[in-house]
Design a protein around this ligand. Structure first.
Ligand code: ZN
Length: 487
């Protein structure tokens, strides 16, 4: 590699799957579209995660591994999981900085979340990262790169140094070949890399761009360089950011394209491969930028695609805001019950929630959790109260899952993704019902009857009622329904 390279390339892959497990059984119901595999996680693993890990591609790119995918991979494909995690360790050893970024935990559209939920999502994502990668995250990937100033302020407060955004999220003309600084209220700031839109879009949506890695490196890449910087021999970076799954899953053989590009082609064309943290070592931002906020990478209407609905997907106008309103109302009820019922047992219920993910996922023991967050270190809290409190914390967990953004991404309500969000809501409702006897279900169902599929005519409440049956004591309605059927 030549000593005077001024051209750097960073390929970032956002690797993520939503939780697909039935929240009552923890088992993934077979997904027909994934045949011959049992479900999409398995299919995408075979087509993308496994080959990219085995080819060593993670060692050469920047990546984030969504917590819900990481958890599944660790459990079902530990060798692939280990290889992916190892890539970051290798970078830490070699450069003092990893090449993995954290991700907000449940792939929630953070600008649409309450300030408290934003914080929880970010803290859970950072805790999950530190647990898996063995060091604190320097950067965080935001679901759909959806951003507002409050989200960035919390990231900065929690020690996150940088994130990646689409160039159109800048409110002014920018040069995407360098990082920028966004100044935040309260004197903090955060670094933003803007990805290269033509290349990232080309890789994602145009088949011909990724047919040949040499062509990509020798003709597509140079076109995106800043000519002035070439003349001045100033360093510059091209950041390409896409969903990681397109390398092999959405686009067959693109795992091979990536392998050749990052392991040979880019270097041969005069680019040095780098990662976001390492690049910052010698290239701190010199310019500030203002952002369009809220904004995201896959909706040109801010974050309306996941909120009020917009022209990005047909048929949006009705069901998305209605489904969101039902979930928001349920969330406020869940929060109310949680705060009221756990104040006696937890010294600060919300601080306990922010620190709950390790306990939920099993890295923090029951004993440690209670000694840190229980009132009087949990000494005076009875076993029954502990159990009830833990159920209400679990309800908060599922209350976070129900905002998984995939539920709002597509055009119609009567699909598996919104149905999964509704299933998570039902699990939260069930936990509250069992722990306190508070029925949040009838009210939620009334609100869920409003959003309706424009294709099948089914309402959210219809989808709820089609969920797999649960035991008679699990929900206020399940006992009733059982009686009804017998009669
Ligand atoms: Zn839109």
């Amino acid at each position: 590699m030549s000593q005077d390279l001024h051209q750097f390339l960073c390929i970032h892959g956002h690797f993520y799957q939503p939780p697909r497990e039935d929240p009552f059984t923890g088992v993934i119901t077979p997904e027909h579209g994934a045949t011959p595999f049992d479900n999409f996680n398995e299919k995408i693993t075979a087509e993308c995660y496994r080959p990219n890990a085995e080819m060593g591609n993670f060692e050469h790119i920047s990546y984030d591994l969504g917590p819900t995918l990481a958890e599944w991979l660790e459990r079902t494909h530990p060798a692939i999981y280990a290889r992916i995690i190892e890539a970051d360790r290798h970078h830490v050893k070699r450069y003092g900085h990893g090449n993995a970024l954290a991700q907000a935990y449940n792939h929630t559209i953070l600008p649409l979340a309450t300030p408290r939920d934003k914080r929880t999502q970010i803290i859970w994502g950072l805790a999950d990262f530190a647990h898996r990668f063995g060091h604190p995250a320097e950067g965080m990937w935001l679901a759909e790169t959806a951003v507002d100033i409050e989200t960035l302020a919390i990231l900065a407060e929690e020690g996150v140094q940088y994130t990646i955004l689409a160039p159109w999220q800048a409110a002014e003309l920018i040069d995407p070949t360098e990082p920028y600084r966004v100044v935040l209220p309260g004197g903090r700031s955060i670094i933003v890399y803007f990805y290269n839109a033509p290349l990232s879009g080309g890789i994602s949506f145009e088949g011909e761009v990724t047919i040949n890695a040499d062509t990509f490196a020798t003709s597509y890449l140079p076109h995106q360089l800043n000519q002035k910087k070439i003349e001045d021999a100033t360093d510059q970076i091209i950041v390409v950011a896409t969903d990681g799954e397109l390398y092999g899953h959405h686009k067959p053989w693109r795992d091979r394209f990536l392998e050749y590009l990052v392991q040979q082609g880019a270097q041969a064309a005069g680019f040095e491969m780098t990662t976001l943290g390492t690049y910052l070592l010698s290239h701190q931002p010199t310019r500030e930028v203002a952002l369009h906020a809220p904004s995201s990478w896959s909706c040109s209407h801010g974050v309306a695609r996941w909120g009020s609905g917009c022209g990005c997907t047909e048929g949006d106008a009705g069901w998305k805001p209605q489904l969101r309103a039902a979930l928001d109302h349920l969330a406020s009820r869940l929060d109310e019950v949680f705060e009221r019922e756990t104040t006696g047992a937890l010294s600060n219920p919300w601080e306990a929630r922010d620190n709950y993910i390790g306990f939920h996922n099993g890295w923090i023991s029951t004993r440690e959790f209670w000694s840190r967050f229980g009132r009087n270190r949990g000494r005076l809290v009875s076993k029954a109260t502990r159990r009830r409190t833990e159920s209400l914390l679990a309800a908060q967990y599922f209350g976070q899952c129900m905002y998984t953004s995939c539920g709002f991404f597509f055009e119609d309500l009567d699909r598996i993704e919104p149905k999964n969000d509704i299933a998570f809501a039902r699990r939260a409702i069930s936990l509250v019902w069992q722990a306190t006897g508070t029925d949040l279900e009838s009210d939620f169902l009334a609100r869920l009857a409003v959003p309706r599929s424009w294709r099948s005519g089914r309402s959210g409440a219809d989808l709820y009622r089609q969920l797999p049956p649960v035991g008679p004591k699990m929900l206020a309605s399940s006992g009733l329904r059982k009686t009804g059927r017998v009669a």
